[in-house]
Design a protein around this ligand. Sequence first.
Ligand SMILES: *[C@@H]1O[C@H](CO)[C@@H](O)[C@H](O)[C@H]1NC(C)=O
Ligand SMILES: *[C@@H]1O[C@H](CO)[C@@H](O)[C@H](O)[C@H]1NC(C)=O
Length: 319
Amino acid sequence: MEGIITLYLITLFWTSVASAARSPGCGHPLPNHVQAGSKSHQVQLTTTDGLERSYRVHIPAAYDINAASPLIFSFHGRTKTAESQEELSQFSNAGWNPQAIAVYPQGVNNSWQGDPDSTVNDIAFTMEMLDHLLSEYCIDPTRVYAAGKSNGGGFSHLLACDPIASTRIAAFAMVSGAYYQQTSEADCHPTQVPIKCNPGRSPVPVIEFHGTDDHTIPYDGEFRRGECLPAVAHFVQEWAHRDGLGRRNGTTELFEGKVQEYQYGTGDGEGTVTHYRVEGLGHSWPSVKPNSDNPDGTYLDATPIIMRFFGRWALSGST
Ligand SMILES: *[C@@H]1O[C@H](CO)[C@@H](O)[C@H](O)[C@H]1NC(C)=O
Ligand SMILES: *[C@@H]1O[C@H](CO)[C@@H](O)[C@H](O)[C@H]1NC(C)=O
């Protein structure tokens, strides 16, 4: 795999990428009911495993049928919906994301693969959605990204760990992610639990946000709902190790020491694995403006940080 699929860094932001790769949907007019810059619309998809699935798509005002746009998937938390994730993650907000198509998939029974109760192959669903989107819209297949909250964050991690999905999606963002591993209660040691992961390339860029007051998916991990949640520091260190970045990080104190930014990697690869430890934050998508997770708001916005992170990465070579 290595050598065929390598990752390169876009040193300038997306807008300056001259020769973007193009999907088969380039040149196609928008579907009749779809308008760039207006509200998101719902799409139905019958998957090859016979399930009726749906997702919401937001086309940015700047969309041009002849210019390849990046694409961002944003996965909701367990019990939540595509609509609530659009509101929470704000990838349809032109102030933060003027350029990328944003897609909010809906989980079966409002949950995702990786949840202890899920029996659905959402990785296959995501690959089918991606195929459909590439054929419908003008998308740069080297600039497809995945983000998610809680169970949706855990699912973004599963995509990053999948031999195929990890070669079709350039970078991954997890917010308060639930990274369940199957162990017995006696074998659940959150700081050491082995994390199942088999990406198809290396390094895989990942960014993770987690609050120290998360009482749903605790920062220190625990045995929960019959499975083992790793400690977040262990989870992040394992990503750095898997990505060949070593176990040491560059630490930056932000917001008067309330947030630690841990970056793994050096030179152009600095922060290929990045983690924000947010003191006092609960099970929330960090947002200065109050959101449905946090009626008081908090002192940092995750979404623009995720946008800057995604903007650094693209796939190169055959995908
Ligand atoms: C969704 O929930 C219903 C009702 O609890 C259950 O019968 C069904 O098997 C669930 N679907 C999947 C795919 O898990
Ligand atoms: C990053 O390094 C600092 C300093 O060695 C350490 O205290 C911290 O725990 C590390 N962060 C993680 C996520 O391991």
